[in-house]
Design a protein around this ligand. Structure first.
Ligand SMILES: O=CC(=O)O
Length: 329
Protein backbone atom coordinates (compact mmCIF):
# COMPACT_ATOMS: atom_id res chain seq x y z
CA UNK A 1 0.00 0.00 0.00
CA UNK A 2 1.36 3.40 -0.92
CA UNK A 3 2.12 5.73 1.90
CA UNK A 4 2.80 9.35 1.22
CA UNK A 5 1.94 10.80 4.57
CA UNK A 6 4.25 13.15 6.46
CA UNK A 7 6.31 11.82 9.29
CA UNK A 8 5.86 14.41 12.03
CA UNK A 9 7.33 17.78 11.04
CA UNK A 10 10.33 16.42 9.18
CA UNK A 11 11.08 18.07 5.84
CA UNK A 12 9.87 15.90 3.00
CA UNK A 13 12.30 14.63 0.34
CA UNK A 14 10.97 12.77 -2.66
CA UNK A 15 13.41 10.06 -3.85
CA UNK A 16 13.45 8.97 -7.50
CA UNK A 17 16.27 6.91 -8.94
CA UNK A 18 18.63 4.25 -7.59
CA UNK A 19 18.42 4.42 -3.77
CA UNK A 20 21.15 1.74 -3.47
CA UNK A 21 23.68 4.42 -4.46
CA UNK A 22 23.18 5.94 -0.99
CA UNK A 23 22.70 2.87 1.22
CA UNK A 24 23.24 4.62 4.53
CA UNK A 25 21.20 7.75 3.78
CA UNK A 26 17.94 6.47 5.19
CA UNK A 27 19.39 4.55 8.10
CA UNK A 28 21.45 7.57 9.19
CA UNK A 29 19.16 10.46 8.35
CA UNK A 30 15.54 9.35 8.60
CA UNK A 31 15.43 11.29 11.89
CA UNK A 32 16.21 14.48 9.89
CA UNK A 33 14.12 14.00 6.71
CA UNK A 34 11.02 12.16 5.67
CA UNK A 35 12.01 10.22 2.53
CA UNK A 36 9.05 9.72 0.22
CA UNK A 37 9.73 6.77 -2.09
CA UNK A 38 7.43 5.86 -4.98
CA UNK A 39 9.52 2.69 -5.38
CA UNK A 40 7.84 1.39 -2.20
CA UNK A 41 4.42 1.73 -3.82
CA UNK A 42 2.52 -0.36 -6.36
CA UNK A 43 1.04 2.76 -7.96
CA UNK A 44 2.30 3.93 -11.37
CA UNK A 45 4.83 6.72 -10.83
CA UNK A 46 2.78 9.68 -12.07
CA UNK A 47 -0.26 8.55 -10.10
CA UNK A 48 1.85 8.21 -6.97
CA UNK A 49 3.31 11.68 -7.45
CA UNK A 50 -0.08 13.29 -8.09
CA UNK A 51 -1.52 11.58 -5.02
CA UNK A 52 1.31 11.93 -2.51
CA UNK A 53 4.02 14.34 -3.65
CA UNK A 54 2.08 17.56 -4.17
CA UNK A 55 3.80 19.28 -1.26
CA UNK A 56 7.33 17.93 -1.91
CA UNK A 57 9.75 20.85 -2.20
CA UNK A 58 12.91 18.76 -2.61
CA UNK A 59 13.62 15.88 -4.96
CA UNK A 60 16.64 13.60 -4.57
CA UNK A 61 17.82 11.60 -7.59
CA UNK A 62 20.40 9.03 -6.47
CA UNK A 63 22.64 7.74 -9.24
CA UNK A 64 21.05 9.93 -11.92
CA UNK A 65 18.62 7.03 -12.07
CA UNK A 66 15.69 8.71 -13.78
CA UNK A 67 15.10 11.03 -16.73
CA UNK A 68 13.37 14.00 -15.12
CA UNK A 69 10.66 14.73 -17.67
CA UNK A 70 8.14 17.56 -17.81
CA UNK A 71 5.41 14.97 -17.11
CA UNK A 72 7.08 14.26 -13.76
CA UNK A 73 7.67 17.94 -13.02
CA UNK A 74 4.02 18.71 -13.78
CA UNK A 75 3.06 16.42 -10.87
CA UNK A 76 5.32 18.33 -8.48
CA UNK A 77 3.94 21.87 -8.17
CA UNK A 78 5.82 22.69 -4.97
CA UNK A 79 9.23 21.54 -6.20
CA UNK A 80 12.04 24.05 -5.62
CA UNK A 81 15.16 21.86 -5.43
CA UNK A 82 16.60 18.88 -7.30
CA UNK A 83 19.55 17.17 -5.62
CA UNK A 84 21.20 14.79 -8.01
CA UNK A 85 24.15 12.68 -6.99
CA UNK A 86 25.97 12.68 -10.29
CA UNK A 87 28.42 15.03 -11.98
CA UNK A 88 26.80 14.52 -15.38
CA UNK A 89 23.38 16.18 -15.66
CA UNK A 90 22.12 14.72 -18.93
CA UNK A 91 19.12 13.20 -17.09
CA UNK A 92 17.88 16.71 -16.26
CA UNK A 93 16.22 19.18 -18.61
CA UNK A 94 18.24 22.20 -17.53
CA UNK A 95 16.32 24.93 -19.43
CA UNK A 96 13.03 23.51 -18.14
CA UNK A 97 14.25 23.48 -14.53
CA UNK A 98 15.47 27.04 -14.90
CA UNK A 99 12.15 28.09 -16.41
CA UNK A 100 10.37 26.60 -13.40
CA UNK A 101 12.87 28.28 -11.03
CA UNK A 102 13.94 24.96 -9.54
CA UNK A 103 17.50 24.95 -8.15
CA UNK A 104 19.95 22.11 -8.67
CA UNK A 105 22.56 20.67 -6.32
CA UNK A 106 24.89 18.04 -7.78
CA UNK A 107 28.05 16.08 -7.00
CA UNK A 108 30.28 19.00 -8.01
CA UNK A 109 33.92 18.07 -7.77
CA UNK A 110 33.44 15.03 -5.54
CA UNK A 111 34.26 12.37 -8.14
CA UNK A 112 36.86 14.20 -10.20
CA UNK A 113 39.89 12.28 -8.92
CA UNK A 114 38.23 8.88 -9.14
CA UNK A 115 37.03 9.39 -12.70
CA UNK A 116 40.44 10.69 -13.80
CA UNK A 117 42.14 7.73 -12.13
CA UNK A 118 39.89 5.24 -13.88
CA UNK A 119 40.39 6.95 -17.25
CA UNK A 120 44.14 6.52 -16.92
CA UNK A 121 43.64 2.98 -15.61
CA UNK A 122 41.57 2.04 -18.65
CA UNK A 123 44.15 3.55 -21.00
CA UNK A 124 46.99 1.63 -19.34
CA UNK A 125 44.89 -1.53 -19.39
CA UNK A 126 44.12 -1.26 -23.11
CA UNK A 127 47.71 -0.42 -24.08
CA UNK A 128 49.55 -2.78 -21.73
CA UNK A 129 46.91 -5.53 -21.78
CA UNK A 130 46.39 -5.89 -18.05
CA UNK A 131 42.94 -7.49 -18.29
CA UNK A 132 43.93 -9.58 -21.31
CA UNK A 133 47.00 -10.82 -19.42
CA UNK A 134 44.87 -11.57 -16.38
CA UNK A 135 42.60 -13.78 -18.50
CA UNK A 136 45.63 -15.42 -20.13
CA UNK A 137 46.95 -16.47 -16.72
CA UNK A 138 43.66 -17.32 -14.98
CA UNK A 139 42.30 -19.34 -17.88
CA UNK A 140 45.48 -21.49 -17.78
CA UNK A 141 46.51 -20.48 -21.32
CA UNK A 142 50.06 -19.43 -20.38
CA UNK A 143 51.64 -22.90 -20.01
CA UNK A 144 50.23 -24.14 -23.32
CA UNK A 145 50.65 -21.06 -25.50
CA UNK A 146 53.46 -19.18 -23.74
CA UNK A 147 53.33 -16.35 -26.28
CA UNK A 148 51.33 -13.29 -25.32
CA UNK A 149 50.88 -10.53 -27.89
CA UNK A 150 52.88 -7.32 -27.46
CA UNK A 151 51.45 -4.34 -25.66
CA UNK A 152 52.07 -0.68 -26.40
CA UNK A 153 53.97 1.99 -24.47
CA UNK A 154 52.03 4.70 -22.67
CA UNK A 155 55.08 6.88 -22.16
CA UNK A 156 55.49 9.43 -24.95
CA UNK A 157 52.04 8.88 -26.45
CA UNK A 158 50.18 11.82 -27.95
CA UNK A 159 46.91 11.95 -26.02
CA UNK A 160 43.85 14.03 -26.88
CA UNK A 161 41.51 15.03 -24.06
CA UNK A 162 37.95 15.70 -25.19
CA UNK A 163 36.55 18.18 -22.66
CA UNK A 164 39.17 19.90 -20.53
CA UNK A 165 36.94 20.57 -17.52
CA UNK A 166 37.83 19.43 -14.02
CA UNK A 167 38.02 15.73 -14.90
CA UNK A 168 39.84 16.31 -18.20
CA UNK A 169 42.38 18.54 -16.44
CA UNK A 170 43.09 15.86 -13.83
CA UNK A 171 43.49 13.23 -16.56
CA UNK A 172 45.94 15.54 -18.36
CA UNK A 173 47.97 16.10 -15.18
CA UNK A 174 48.23 12.38 -14.56
CA UNK A 175 49.26 11.62 -18.13
CA UNK A 176 51.89 14.38 -18.07
CA UNK A 177 53.43 12.38 -15.24
CA UNK A 178 53.67 9.42 -17.61
CA UNK A 179 55.55 11.51 -20.18
CA UNK A 180 52.60 11.80 -22.55
CA UNK A 181 52.12 14.80 -24.85
CA UNK A 182 48.71 16.33 -24.26
CA UNK A 183 46.36 18.23 -26.51
CA UNK A 184 42.67 18.93 -26.06
CA UNK A 185 39.35 19.98 -27.49
CA UNK A 186 36.92 22.12 -25.48
CA UNK A 187 34.19 24.62 -26.25
CA UNK A 188 36.75 27.36 -25.68
CA UNK A 189 40.53 27.58 -25.48
CA UNK A 190 41.70 27.70 -21.86
CA UNK A 191 43.94 30.72 -21.35
CA UNK A 192 46.40 29.30 -18.81
CA UNK A 193 46.79 25.78 -20.14
CA UNK A 194 50.07 24.68 -21.76
CA UNK A 195 48.51 21.96 -23.97
CA UNK A 196 47.77 22.36 -27.69
CA UNK A 197 44.18 23.35 -28.38
CA UNK A 198 42.08 22.08 -31.27
CA UNK A 199 38.72 23.79 -31.71
CA UNK A 200 37.64 20.79 -33.74
CA UNK A 201 37.58 17.26 -32.33
CA UNK A 202 38.29 15.82 -35.78
CA UNK A 203 41.60 17.70 -35.95
CA UNK A 204 42.40 16.65 -32.41
CA UNK A 205 41.88 13.01 -33.39
CA UNK A 206 44.05 13.39 -36.47
CA UNK A 207 46.92 14.55 -34.24
CA UNK A 208 46.58 11.98 -31.45
CA UNK A 209 47.11 8.30 -30.74
CA UNK A 210 44.40 8.06 -28.10
CA UNK A 211 41.33 10.10 -27.21
CA UNK A 212 40.05 10.31 -23.64
CA UNK A 213 36.45 11.45 -23.52
CA UNK A 214 35.82 13.48 -20.39
CA UNK A 215 33.05 15.88 -21.43
CA UNK A 216 29.37 15.81 -20.52
CA UNK A 217 26.56 14.65 -22.80
CA UNK A 218 24.65 17.53 -24.40
CA UNK A 219 22.84 18.02 -27.70
CA UNK A 220 26.19 19.23 -29.13
CA UNK A 221 28.30 16.32 -27.88
CA UNK A 222 25.86 13.48 -28.71
CA UNK A 223 27.66 11.23 -31.25
CA UNK A 224 30.45 13.81 -31.50
CA UNK A 225 32.90 10.90 -31.76
CA UNK A 226 31.55 9.68 -35.07
CA UNK A 227 32.89 7.77 -38.05
CA UNK A 228 34.97 10.73 -39.31
CA UNK A 229 36.63 11.24 -35.93
CA UNK A 230 37.42 7.52 -35.69
CA UNK A 231 38.85 7.52 -39.21
CA UNK A 232 41.01 10.52 -38.26
CA UNK A 233 42.23 8.75 -35.13
CA UNK A 234 43.39 5.88 -37.31
CA UNK A 235 43.43 2.12 -37.12
CA UNK A 236 45.85 2.04 -34.17
CA UNK A 237 44.00 4.72 -32.24
CA UNK A 238 42.50 4.08 -28.81
CA UNK A 239 39.31 5.56 -27.36
CA UNK A 240 38.72 5.79 -23.63
CA UNK A 241 35.29 6.96 -22.51
CA UNK A 242 34.51 8.04 -18.95
CA UNK A 243 31.96 10.69 -20.02
CA UNK A 244 28.70 9.28 -21.34
CA UNK A 245 28.18 6.43 -23.80
CA UNK A 246 26.14 8.45 -26.28
CA UNK A 247 29.03 10.86 -26.92
CA UNK A 248 30.42 8.07 -29.11
CA UNK A 249 28.58 6.52 -32.05
CA UNK A 250 28.66 3.10 -30.41
CA UNK A 251 27.52 1.13 -33.46
CA UNK A 252 30.38 2.60 -35.47
CA UNK A 253 32.84 2.05 -32.61
CA UNK A 254 31.91 -1.62 -32.33
CA UNK A 255 32.08 -2.13 -36.09
CA UNK A 256 35.54 -0.58 -36.31
CA UNK A 257 36.87 -2.55 -33.35
CA UNK A 258 35.63 -5.82 -34.85
CA UNK A 259 37.08 -4.96 -38.29
CA UNK A 260 40.43 -3.94 -36.81
CA UNK A 261 39.90 -0.34 -37.92
CA UNK A 262 40.55 1.00 -34.42
CA UNK A 263 43.35 -0.02 -32.05
CA UNK A 264 41.33 -0.50 -28.88
CA UNK A 265 38.86 0.96 -26.40
CA UNK A 266 38.47 1.36 -22.66
CA UNK A 267 34.84 2.02 -21.82
CA UNK A 268 33.19 2.78 -18.51
CA UNK A 269 30.02 4.11 -20.14
CA UNK A 270 27.69 2.86 -22.88
CA UNK A 271 24.83 4.16 -24.97
CA UNK A 272 22.13 1.91 -23.49
CA UNK A 273 23.35 0.93 -20.03
CA UNK A 274 23.33 -1.69 -18.69
CA UNK A 275 23.23 -3.18 -22.20
CA UNK A 276 26.74 -3.59 -23.63
CA UNK A 277 27.32 -4.84 -27.19
CA UNK A 278 28.25 -8.51 -26.80
CA UNK A 279 30.50 -8.36 -29.85
CA UNK A 280 33.00 -6.58 -27.60
CA UNK A 281 33.22 -9.37 -25.04
CA UNK A 282 35.89 -11.41 -26.81
CA UNK A 283 38.12 -8.58 -27.95
CA UNK A 284 41.38 -8.45 -26.00
CA UNK A 285 41.99 -4.85 -27.04
CA UNK A 286 38.75 -3.72 -25.39
CA UNK A 287 38.37 -3.20 -21.65
CA UNK A 288 34.83 -2.87 -20.31
CA UNK A 289 33.75 -1.51 -16.96
CA UNK A 290 30.16 -1.18 -15.65
CA UNK A 291 29.96 2.62 -15.15
CA UNK A 292 31.82 2.50 -11.86
CA UNK A 293 34.30 5.35 -12.11
CA UNK A 294 32.60 7.24 -9.28
CA UNK A 295 31.78 4.23 -7.13
CA UNK A 296 34.56 4.21 -4.58
CA UNK A 297 33.82 3.60 -0.92
CA UNK A 298 35.37 6.93 0.03
CA UNK A 299 33.37 8.91 -2.54
CA UNK A 300 30.10 7.31 -1.50
CA UNK A 301 30.69 8.30 2.13
CA UNK A 302 31.40 11.85 0.92
CA UNK A 303 28.34 11.78 -1.29
CA UNK A 304 25.93 10.92 1.52
CA UNK A 305 27.39 13.79 3.52
CA UNK A 306 27.12 16.18 0.58
CA UNK A 307 23.49 15.26 -0.11
CA UNK A 308 22.57 15.87 3.51
CA UNK A 309 24.45 19.18 3.63
CA UNK A 310 22.67 20.39 0.50
CA UNK A 311 19.25 19.34 1.84
CA UNK A 312 19.91 20.98 5.20
CA UNK A 313 21.09 24.18 3.52
CA UNK A 314 17.96 24.26 1.36
CA UNK A 315 15.53 23.63 4.22
CA UNK A 316 17.19 26.31 6.34
CA UNK A 317 17.27 28.86 3.48
CA UNK A 318 21.05 28.86 3.25
CA UNK A 319 23.10 28.74 0.01
CA UNK A 320 23.51 25.26 -1.44
CA UNK A 321 26.92 23.64 -0.91
CA UNK A 322 27.31 22.41 -4.50
CA UNK A 323 24.85 24.37 -6.65
CA UNK A 324 24.87 23.77 -10.39
CA UNK A 325 25.06 27.14 -12.09
CA UNK A 326 26.58 26.66 -15.55
CA UNK A 327 23.43 26.40 -17.66
CA UNK A 328 25.40 27.11 -20.80
CA UNK A 329 26.66 23.51 -21.04
O1 LIG B 1 28.60 9.07 -14.12
C1 LIG B 1 28.63 9.55 -13.04
C2 LIG B 1 28.40 10.93 -12.76
O2 LIG B 1 28.00 11.68 -13.68
O3 LIG B 1 28.59 11.34 -11.62
Amino acid sequence: MASGGHSGELPEVLVLGFPWVLPSLESQFSNRFHFLKPSNSDLPLLQFLSSFAQSARALLIPGGGIQLTSAILDCLPALKLVVTTSTGLDHLDLPELRRREIDIAYAGNLFTQDVADLAVGLLIDVLMKVSAGDRFVKQGIWPSKRKFSLGLKLSGKQIGIVGLGKIGTEVAKRLEGFGCRISYNSRTKKPLVPYSYYSNVHELAANCEALIICCGLTAETRHMIDRDVMVALGKDGVIVNVGRGAIVDETELVRRLIQGELGGAGLDVFENEPEVPEELFNLDNVVLSPHVAVLTTESMVGLTQLVVENLEAFFSNKPLVTPFEDYSS
